[in-house]
Design a protein around this ligand. Structure first.
Ligand SMILES: Nc1ncnc2c1ncn2[C@@H]1O[C@H](COP(=O)(O)OP(=O)(O)OP(=O)(O)O)[C@@H](O)[C@H]1O
Length: 238
């Protein structure tokens, strides 16, 4: 299938320092859909997000990543960000001297900061420096708020619920839905989850199981997650 709009990955091989981490990945996420990546530790989930975002040291050695019909393979990170690709990181660094207010002002997104900071319980943080002294859960909530301010078109979430308490997971899930399901802005989303907690609060369309750097199964998100809970990261019988 060739998608005109959305994310399309075909025959993708990726290596790190000469070591293959992804092999023959075929994955399509149509515009307007949110897909989930499941898989055991070390199966290549974060490497896949990094390869889409263009983060070093992940190197594409075969295949192609396209977004809205444009190949990303030869684009540096900053060009991918300008195309509207954004990522909520697992362990983002602190940015001393840059406050949430200043970050929002640089993006002319002060209105969104006011609105969405309240929804993510970060209203008291606007004069704080980014990620400096934030708790683990606060960092995760800021990563979601950051995406709201950046207004990306392809949104990558690396374990958005890990370290987030149960009450705030609800806010994070609703915020992810607001990002991906904005009625007048078509967006595409890909989210990694281990526990599946976030799936109780977002509407996910499809899920994919990665194992050993390969996609071994794809299916409706609730069905595939239920399968993983009982059978582990295996391909369901046809
Ligand atoms: N920068 C790197 N340097 C060396 N090896 C790496 C690097 N990044 C990933 N790898 C290796 O690639 C494999 C896939 O790692 P990756 O982080 O993508 O897995 P994951 O599925 O996201 O795992 P987890 O569920 O534990 O977060 C692992 O064996 C990992 O050690």
């Amino acid at each position: 299938m060739t998608l005109v709009s959305g994310l399309e990955i075909s025959g993708l091989d990726v290596e790190v320092d000469g070591k293959p981490v992804l092999s023959g990945i075929d994955l399509s996420v149509p515009s307007g859909e949110l897909h989930v990546l499941l898989g055991p530790n070390g199966s290549g989930k974060s490497s896949l997000l990094a390869a889409i975002m263009g983060l070093p040291p992940y190197r594409i050695t075969a295949g192609e990543i396209r977004f809205n019909g444009q190949s990303l393979n030869d684009l540096p990170l900053c060009a991918r960000a300008r195309l509207g690709i954004g990522m909520a990181f697992q362990r983002p660094p602190g940015l001393e001297g840059v406050t949430l207010e200043a970050f929002a002002a640089a993006l002319s997104a002060q209105d969104r900061l006011t609105r969405e900071a309240a929804a993510l319980d970060l209203a008291d943080f606007t004069t704080r420096q980014l990620n400096v002294g934030f708790s683990g859960g606060e960092i995760k909530r800021w990563e979601i708020l950051k995406l709201m301010l950046q207004d990306p078109r392809l949104v990558l979430f690396d374990e958005p619920e890990s370290g987030v308490d149960l009450e705030h997971v609800i806010a994070v899930g609703h915020a992810i839905d607001r990002i991906v399901r904005a009625p007048d802005t078509p967006r595409t989303g890909l989210v990694i989850t281990h526990t599946g907690t976030i799936l109780n609060h977002v509407t996910a369309d499809r899920a994919h199981i990665l194992r050993g750097g390969r996609v071994i199964a794809s299916g409706a998100a609730p069905t595939l997650f239920a399968h993983v809970q009982t059978q582990g990261y295996t391909a369901p019988a046809a």
